[in-house]
Design a protein around this ligand. Structure first.
Ligand SMILES: [Zn+2]
Length: 288
């Protein structure tokens, strides 16, 4: 979805190679289903930018998708064209393969270091798969933002059981983010029985469990700080994902002055890049 997040793309390229060679050493290996790897925003990816015109992962509202699908290519801007191409391709695959079920694993990375996490929808199946990825699961994120893939990829819009999960693999440029994305894809394939558990190596679990040590198993959204380019938003330096913040702590500033934490909580996705519509999120641990 974001052109400046190459880890998921590299992970998929490696995953396809691994799936190809696996039967050579493991003749009983079988992949049940079809896996499709997609680069969400191809134009932005080629330029290494989050987006060209607007954030592709905020365009998936019903009205917007409808508008885009009814417009001619020339009337659309870069991200509209990307969304149209994605949906046309996915719909063609559905028509041809006729799946019983669709699982969308949307892989991202963040500008901040520290902490991988998954985002689930209210669908219990989404939460179940997210928990199996062995990273903290954030609930309630859909209330904080609009038009993400999690909002659009549901059973209602596709007419087939459709379950989306987001996986945040770490910092954009961290080499380990690729390994963690591979581990998350592997665990996802195992959880949905696309591959047999005995064909999956434990190191995929260990890598994610090790990295999630000390982080909450499930957390929920407390607040979102949305921003506009003209706000001149500046995050205070060195915040990491899941860092504890206290009510009243100065987290950032903009043209109106200081921005404080409205509650005690854990900070998520503090923004350290120019493009983006969310300054930071606050979450709190919940019992699961
Ligand atoms: Zn992203």
């Amino acid at each position: 979805m974001h052109g400046n997040e190459p880890a998921g793309v590299q992970a998929l390229e490696l995953m396809f190679k691994m799936l190809e060679v696996e039967p050579i050493t493991n003749p009983n290996f079988k992949y049940c289903g079809r896996i499709l790897g997609l680069i969400g925003n191809l134009k932005a990816f080629k330029e290494g930018k989050r987006f060209l015109k607007k954030d592709l992962n905020r365009q998936w509202t019903l009205e917007n998708v409808q508008r885009i699908m009814q417009s001619s290519e020339t009337a659309l801007d870069a991200e509209d064209q990307e969304l149209k191409a994605l949906l046309e391709l996915i719909r063609a695959e559905i028509a041809e393969y006729q799946p019983e079920k669709i699982i969308l694993l949307d892989i991202h990375t963040t500008t901040a270091y520290g902490g991988i996490f998954s985002i689930a929808t209210e669908d219990p199946e989404s939460l179940r798969i997210a928990v199996e990825l062995h990273a903290p699961v954030i609930k309630g994120m859909l209330k904080g933002i609009k038009g993400t893939s999690l909002h659009y990829f549901n059973t209602q819009n596709f007419g087939i059981e459709t379950i989306p999960i987001v996986f945040e693999a770490g910092q954009h440029q961290e080499p380990l983010s690729v390994n963690r994305a591979i581990a998350a894809i592997t665990n996802c394939m195992r959880t949905i029985s696309a591959v047999e558990a005995e064909d999956v190596e434990n190191r995929h679990d260990s890598l994610l469990i090790e990295f999630s040590k000390g982080l909450p198993k499930v957390a929920e959204l407390v607040t979102t700080h949305s921003i506009l380019p003209k706000d001149d938003f500046q995050m205070k330096p060195d915040y990491k994902n899941f860092q504890i913040v206290k009510k009243g702590e100065v987290l950032a500033s903009d043209k109106n002055g200081e921005i404080i934490a409205v509650e005690d909580g854990l900070i998520l996705m503090p923004l350290y890049q120019k493009q983006g519509e969310d300054g930071f999120f606050l979450v709190r641990k919940v019992d699961y």
